[in-house]
Design a protein around this ligand. Structure first.
Ligand code: ADP
Ligand code: MG
Length: 442
């Protein structure tokens, strides 16, 4: 905050400009002489920020810290390569290790309650007020961009504020998985103990996007023990997922049944009123003039993802800052045509299919393209081959090159394998049907 405020004052940056470009930035990590600054969303314009603010930020950082750090802006997808900065507010610090960063804007105060989320909201607040005493575990599920992470961060912030002595650990399940794999790979007891200490020596554990743990046997096993220990000690456990436990195909039964001990609640798509309320609130927070007619246009056309809803508003805000122009309906339609394309379904391409497959199985693009033959990765890769063949006109060569330069015969082998398994293996059959729906919801 101090860095940003200094930039603002010394460069006389307007409120709107500050809120759009600078406020969302946060320090992600400090390594040697380098300070990594997280730009939370590509839509807010990485290249523009770099051009305009890199130097001012570097100067204020030097001024405040006394060190001339090199500044690098990074996007969320690049963060995996870098160790997060250890500080309060960014996960837990004592007793070793860090969690994932908490977004200071994700609090109960900024969460708009509507019919789609009021149960999830009420349950989250109850858990935040009495951690471990009610709804343990709390299981929140819902589609992408509907507010799961926002609610989880709200719980963590609330407890940190009202119960500062409690140790709260918020992690994405990707981090949980990676840390576990690292400690297994290190192979000695002390690294495993460190991992266990970190995850069992806490009062509140929040694991976001648990679907990434599923399908990885060793992580399920470790999670199971962590869960049992925390639960027995009446420590609060809060979990989010993109689907309810009963639809998680490879979830072990013993874990599924534990999820049902507490409360399972869903976050649905927001109705029109809620969408308008979210847009209005954001507009006011950003101190931004915009006709209701335009808000209505956005709320009518973007229905199922609040991140996109906000993205549309951010785009108009950026436009009005850059062009210094009032946003008219015409401008809005023009500027938002990439986001809002009425009745025009997304084109299905092998790349889209690969992205969806990776997301579904919780693996990265690098992994699917890699040489790894482990089943966790090889199977999704073959499924991507199969779906690319069946859902697009792409040539086998182009599919192979998107998947890390694999040759013809490898692709044919993969397609044949999955074609057989689709008939003979119920799990694979269901997974593929689910993925197809994600690729083409109509
Ligand atoms: P998820 O984790 O379910 O994919 P997020 O929690 O990341 O979704 O939400 C996506 C964006 O939408 C975030 O910027 C979040 O602040 C915003 N958002 C979601 N639900 C609400 C809500 N009810 N009120 C205000 N903002 C919301
Ligand atoms: Mg999320």
């Amino acid at each position: 905050d101090e860095i940003l405020n200094t930039v603002k004052e010394e460069h006389e940056i307007s409120e709107v400009s500050f809120n759009t470009w600078l406020k969302p930035l946060s320090v992600f990590a400090v390594e040697n002489n380098k300070l990594y600054i997280l730009v939370p969303d590509e839509q807010i314009g990485l290249s523009y920020i770099t051009k305009k603010f890199l130097l001012p930020i570097r100067v204020s950082v030097a001024e405040i810290t006394g060190t001339d750090y090199e500044i690098e802006f990074i996007l969320p997808e690049q963060t995996k390569k870098i160790k997060p900065y250890k500080a309060k507010n960014i996960g837990m610090t004592e007793s070793g290790g860090t969690g994932s960063a908490l977004n200071p804007n994700y609090t109960f105060d900024t969460f708009v309650v509507g019919n789609n989320n009021k149960l999830a909201y009420a349950a989250s607040l109850a858990v935040a007020e009495s951690p471990g005493e009610v709804y343990n575990p709390l299981f929140l599920y819902g589609g992408v961009g509907l507010g799961k992470t926002h609610l989880m961060h709200s719980i963590a912030h609330f407890i940190q504020t009202n119960n500062p002595s409690m140790k709260v650990l918020y992690v994405s399940s990707e981090i949980f998985t990676n840390e576990l794999i690292d400690s297994i790979r290190n192979g000695n007891n002390s690294s495993m103990n460190k991992f266990r200490d970190k995850y069992r020596n806490i009062d509140v554990l929040l694991i976001d996007d648990i679907q990434f743990i599923i399908g990885k046997e060793s992580t399920q096993e470790e999670f199971f023990h962590t869960f049992n220990e925390l639960h027995m000690a009446k420590k609060a456990i809060i979990i989010s997922s993109d689907k309810p436990p009963k639809d998680m195909e490879t979830l072990e039964e013993r874990i599924r049944s534990r999820f049902e001990w507490g409360l399972i609640t869903d976050i649905g798509s927001p109705d029109y009123e809620t969408r308008m309320a979210i847009l209005r609130r954001k507009k006011d927070m950003d101190d931004f003039e915009l006709d209701d007619e335009i808000l209505d246009y956005i709320a009518t056309n973007i229905k199922s993802n609040i991140r996109e809803l906000e993205g549309a508003l951010n785009k108009l805000l950026a436009y009005s800052n850059l062009e210094h122009k009032q946003i008219t309906m015409e401008v809005a339609i023009e500027e938002l045509q990439n986001i809002i394309s009425p009745d025009k379904p997304k084109e299905i391409t092998p790349q889209l299919i690969i992205d969806v497959v990776c997301e579904h199985f919780g693996i990265t693009l690098d992994q699917i393209k890699s040489k790894s033959r482990s089943n966790d990765i090889a199977k999704p890769r073959q499924i991507a081959m199969y779906l690319s063949k069946n859902m697009t006109d792409a040539s086998l060569d182009s599919i192979g090159s998107l998947l890390g330069g694999r040759d013809h015969s490898t692709i044919i082998h993969g397609i044949n394998k999955i074609t057989d398994e689709y008939e003979s293996n119920e799990n694979i059959h269901n997974s593929i049907d689910t993925i197809k729906k994600k690729i083409n919801p109509n």
